[in-house]
Design a protein. Sequence first.
Length: 87
Amino acid sequence: MTEMDYLDGNAAAGLLSEVFSVDVTSARGKCAHCGDVSVIAQAHLYTDDHGMVLRCRICGDVIARASERAGRLCLDLRGLDWLELEV
């Protein structure tokens, strides 16, 4: 993929709103690889038929993955040290 193949993290709002009752795109998270702290909306989102991948805006490492399988949402957040949601 090239630099222009991604969307910003705001495009993840629809799928993530099925799990979280708050706007996750305005949540702050810390990249487990480089330590960058930013809102999810600033991440680079890559999508295909298998789901979506959010990558750090600074280092490009994967911070989150999401996919739907058999009516279930599979969410992998291991690329984040933490995620801070406003309640």
